[in-house]
Ligand binder design. Structure first.
Ligand code: NAD
Length: 369
C-alpha cells in the first residue's frame, strides 16, 4: 500500500517528536511491505518565519492532497505579541477548519509499566482507559464576534461561545459510535447550570443518545468531571465534550496517566484526517533532545488504523511502545528522580527496534499492555 503523508513538524519540540514518529512509520513500512510518500511542510511559527503566514497555501494544498497529516506542535514565545491572526496557533486552527476535522479523538491510557509515573496512587490510576471525543471546530475558539476594544487601562475583550444543533449532533454520533467499540458508556461534559450553549449541548446529546439504546449516557458538569478525573479515572470510558472543556480535561488526563507527552490524537470528520500529539511546542525543553516522542509515535498508530485501515500495523506500534516501556526505557518526564532516562532520539530508536522485533514475531497483534 502507498501511504502518502504530509509531515508538519511545526515549532519547539514539534520537529523533534515528529522526527521520531517518522522513524517509526518508516520502520513499519519496511517491516510490513508498504511504500511511503512523505512531504515535509512548514506550519505555525516556522511558516511565519518562512512565508509570513502560519498556514501557507502550499502547506494546506499538500495536506489536502495527502492520505493523512502528521503535525508536531505550534507555538513560540517569539510570536506572543503579534496580532491574533498572525499567531502560530491560528495556523493550526485554520488547518483543522480547512480539513473539516470536527471530532478530536484523544485516548488517555495508563500503560501498566507507567503506573508509578502518575502522581496518583497506582491503585487509582490502574486500568485508566479513556477516550475523549472533543468537538474541534466550534465553541469559544471559533465563535464571532471576538475583539479587544477601548483605550489602554480601560480595554474590554470579548470572545463568543457558540454552538449550533448540527455541530453538537455530528460529534455526539461519533462518540456514541466509538462507545460501541469500547465499554458502551458516554459521559457528556458541560456547564449546563450556567451556560446556554451547554443547555443546548445537553439536550441535543440526550436526543442523539436515543439512537444508541445499548450505550449508557450520563451528564457531568465540567468542574465535577475535573474532580472525578483525578479521584476515579477508571469510571470514565468515552468523554464527550465541547472544544475548550475537552482541551483542558484531556491535558489533565495526561497528568493522570503519567505525562502529557504520552497522549496521541486523531482529528477526524473530513476527507483527510490530522494526527498530532496532544502536547504543545514545550519551549522550556525545545532543542534539548529530551522531549517524549511517544505521543507522536502513538499518533502514527492512530493514523495507520483510522486513515489506512492497517489494524495489524497499528497494533504493532502500540505493542512496540509497551515493549519499550516494559524494558524500562523512560524519557525524563516519565522517569522517577532516581531512574536513568534516555533522550528523544534514543526513545524513537528503541520503539523502532521493537516494531521490527514485533513484525518478525508470529503474532505482532498481541498487545501486552
Ligand atoms: P506544552 O504542552 O507545550 O507544555 C506543557 C508542559 O509539558 C511543559 O512543561 C513541557 O515541557 C511539558 N511537555 C509537553 N510535551 C512534552 C513532551 N513531549 N515531553 C516531555 N515534556 C513535555 O504547553 P504550554 O507550555 O502551555 O504551551 C507552549 C506552546 O505550545 C504555546 O505557544 C501554546 O500555545 C502551544 N500549544 C500548542 C498546541 C498544539 O500545537 N496542538 C497545544 C498546546 C499548546
Amino acid at each position: 500500500m502507498l501511504l502518502k503523508v504530509a509531515i508538519l513538524g511545526g515549532d519547539g519540540i514539534g520537529p523533534e517528536v515528529t522526527g521520531e514518529a517518522v522513524r517509526v512509520l518508516k520502520t513499519v513500512a519496511e517491516s510490513f511491505g508498504h511504500q511511503l510518500s512523505l512531504t515535509h511542510k512548514d506550519v505555525g511559527g516556522a511558516a511565519l518565519r518562512s512565508a509570513n503566514d502560519p498556514l501557507p497555501k502550499d502547506t494546506l494544498e499538500t495536506c489536502q492532497s495527502s492520505g493523512a497529516v502528521l503535525l508536531g506542535a505550534v507555538g513560540s514565545p517569539d510570536f506572543d505579541h503579534v496580532p491574533g491572526n498572525l499567531r502560530p496557533e491560528k495556523g493550526l486552527l485554520r488547518l483543522r477548519q480547512a480539513l473539516g476535522v470536527f471530532a478530536n479523538l484523544r485516548p488517555a491510557f495508563c500503560f501498566a509499566p507507567l503506573e508509578d509515573a502518575s502522581p496518583l496512587r497506582a491503585e487509582v490510576v490502574r486500568g485508566t482507559d479513556i477516550l475523549f471525543v472533543r468537538e474541534l471546530l466550534g465553541g469559544i475558539y471559533f465563535g464571532e464576534p471576538r475583539s479587544t476594544q477601548g483605550s489602554a487601562g480601560a480595554r474590554v475583550a470579548t470572545d463568543t461561545m457558540r454552538y449550533g444543533e448540527p455541530e453538537i449532533k455530528r460529534v455526539a454520533h461519533v462518540a456514541f459510535q466509538l462507545a460501541r467499540t469500547r465499554r458502551r458508556k458516554v459521559t457528556s461534559v458541560d456547564k449546563a447550570n450556567v451556560l446556554d450553549c451547554s443547555r443546548l449541548w445537553r439536550e441535543v446529546v440526550s436526543r442523539t443518545a436515543q439512537h444508541y439504546p445499548d450505550v449508557q449516557l450520563n451528564h457531568s458538569y465540567v468542574d465535577s468531571a475535573a474532580t472525578a478525573l483525578v479521584s476515579h479515572p477508571t469510571n470514565f470510558d468515552v468523554v464527550l465534550t465541547e472544544n475548550m472543556f475537552g482541551d483542558i480535561l484531556s491535558d489533565q488526563a495526561g497528568g493522570v496517566v503519567g505525562s502529557l507527552g504520552m497522549l496521541p490524537s486523531a482529528s477526524v470528520g473530513g476527507p483527510v484526517a490530522l494526527y498530532e500529539p496532544v502536547h504543545g511546542s514545550a519551549p522550556d525543553i525545545a532543542g534539548k533532545g529530551i522531549a517524549n516522542p511517544l505521543g507522536a509515535i502513538l499518533s502514527i498508530g492512530m493514523m495507520l488504523r483510522h486513515s489506512f485501515q492497517l489494524d495489524r500495523e497499528a497494533a504493532c506500534v502500540e505493542a512496540a511502545v509497551t515493549d519499550t516501556l516494559v524494558a524500562g526505557h523512560r524519557t525524563r518526564d516519565l522517569a522517577k528522580p532516581d531512574q536513568p532516562s534516555i533522550g528523544t532520539t534514543q526513545m524513537g530508536q528503541k520503539v523502532a527496534e521493537a516494531v521490527k522485533a514485533r513484525a518478525r514475531a508470529a503474532d505482532p497483534m498481541t498487545v501486552a499492555r
